[in-house]
Design a protein around this ligand. Structure first.
Ligand code: ATP
Ligand code: MG
Length: 466
């Protein structure tokens, strides 16, 4: 069977793959005198034999007309997208567009509605994203519209800019980020002139909003192997614009995998992090972000603390949602924890307290990715034993926070005449320290006695600070 037959088969299969609700939407629009097509990423994915996450439709019907035709449809925004509900699912129907007058290397200044599918496809980013499947009124059956050669590029697994790549990336610099992202999510190569244009225009990525970059980065980290896109980003100069700190990892020596540098280690760690855990993947990307800045005589002193600050600044620039950003920063800050067989039980309990019991599992998941990225065994006996000890301590339910102490602030104020304030807080912290070292001491009488001793010490320190 030749490539043409395969292409034909793929297109023919579409009639079977496209859900009945979408076929019905196309049918209804055509019946009402409009052209209607499945477009964009959904068509691309369907042709690749993947299950599209959602189905995007394009039509020459204007938004007000769509709202008229489909009761309950909602006109979402000024970009001409209408959400149509069908079979308990929502489909985005977008009126054909013509785009022009780009400014600031970002979105177009003005959007006009168009009347034909060809113009709508021509303003899309890559040929594989610029196909349509559907029909105009009067046409007998749905068919593939592929004026830009998307089908051939899909078979060759190539991302090729629609039109002049240089011009298209200057119109909207996000397309360069999308190219490397799609290379990773689809497992495609970037066609050479398109890649050359990314190299030439990478600096324009600086004009993009953090949110738009973050959206693509998140999709990139959800790829089977994000390293494919990250490596392209680095080679093409896009990474240096998004994160100079990460780009600086290239060329920094590591004693981990022979012949590989720090950036190679980061890439391996990201790929090794579980695909279904975006926070761990992002933490793997950022865990050593502090190394280039702290490099001194072959070591990276405090790169975890410095890295946590740099990761925080990076995620703020990208306007990352607070909760995952905070989790990632916490993981970067603590990723250097030491697995020590000789640690006392109290030291293990202090470690649990420092990390937070509910956050340990994520930290171990990051360590696993870090180990795999270093060519080390993530299940070496020391690590396994340490994890087991931590588990045991957590399940032993030893007091690990102030709330679990057998006395509270009210007791201390009532029994010892303490006033609310920092001194009371210090006494409670000190009691917690003692109980972590010796869980047996967590008993009201002993704690009150201990507190008296702590207060006496504090008083002496205050009188004689030597
Ligand atoms: P995914 O499957 O990850 O959603 P996608 O290609 O569908 O990938 P979307 O952001 O959903 O990505 O965009 C839908 C379609 O809109 C694309 O397939 C492409 O045709 C077009 N498109 C998106 N962003 C741009 C852009 N910046 N410039 C030109 N066309 C774009
Ligand atoms: Mg999409």
């Amino acid at each position: 069977m030749g490539a043409d037959d395969e292409a034909g088969d793929g297109a023919a299969r579409l009639a079977a793959i496209v859900p009945p609700a979408v076929l019905a939407l196309i049918g209804r629009l055509v019946e009402a005198g409009h052209a209607a097509y499945v477009v964009g990423g959904s068509l691309r994915d369907a042709l690749l034999g993947r299950d599209p996450a959602d189905w995007d439709l394009a039509t020459d019907a204007r938004p007000h007309r769509l709202v008229e035709l489909f009761p309950g449809a909602v006109y979402e925004n000024r970009f001409g997208t209408v959400a149509v509900r069908r079979d308990a699912e929502v489909f985005e129907v977008t009126t054909f567009r013509l785009e022009h007058e780009y400014a600031d290397f970002r979105r177009p200044h003005r959007l006009d509605f168009g009347d034909d599918i060809e113009a709508d496809l021509a303003r899309r980013d890559f040929t594989v994203n610029a196909m349509a499947w559907g029909r105009r009124p009067g046409e007998p059956a749905n068919a593939l519209a592929d004026p830009l050669g998307g089908r051939a590029d899909l078979d060759a697994r190539l991302l090729r800019a629609v039109g002049d790549p240089d011009a298209r990336f200057r119109e909207d610099a996000l397309r360069m980020v999308r190219a490397v992202r799609l290379a990773a999510t689809l497992g495609f190569d970037i066609e050479p002139t398109t890649l050359a244009a990314i190299r030439a225009n990478a600096g324009l990525v600086a004009h993009l909003s953090g949110e738009r970059i973050a959206t693509e980065l998140e999709k990139l980290l959800g790829a089977p192997r994000p390293s494919v896109g990250l490596a392209l980003m680095q080679e093409a100069g896009v990474l240096a614009v998004i994160s100079p700190e990460l780009a600086a990892q290239r060329g920094i020596a590591q004693s981990k995998v022979r012949g590989e540098d720090l950036w190679d280690h980061t890439l391996r760690a990201v790929d090794a992090a579980p695909v279904e855990r975006p926070v761990i993947r992002l933490a793997a990307l950022l865990h050593d972000i502090g190394k280039p800045a702290t490099l001194a005589e072959g070591h990276f002193p405090h790169h975890d603390a410095v890295g946590a600050q740099l990761a925080d600044a990076f995620l703020r620039r990208l306007r990352y949602p607070r909760t995952p950003a905070e989790e990632v920063v916490h993981l970067v800050k603590h990723h250097m924890f030491v697995v020590d067989q000789g640690a006392t039980d109290a030291a293990v309990r202090r470690f649990i307290l420092r990390i937070g019991p509910e956050r340990l599992e994520a930290l171990f998941a990051l360590r696993r990715a870090d180990d795999l990225g270093s060519g080390a065994d993530p299940d070496d006996p020391d690590t396994v034993a340490f994890r087991a000890r931590v588990e045991r301590e957590i399940h032993a339910a030893h007091p690990l926070d102030r709330g679990a102490l057998a006395v509270d602030g009210h007791d201390l104020m009532g029994e010892l005449g303490l006033e609310p304030g920092p001194r009371l807080g210090r006494v409670i912290d000190e009691l917690l320290e003692r109980v972590i070292a010796d869980p047996g001491a967590n008993e009201r009488g002993s704690l009150l006695l201990l507190a008296q001793g702590i207060l006496a010490d504090m008083y002496e320190d205050a009188v004689d600070p030597s």
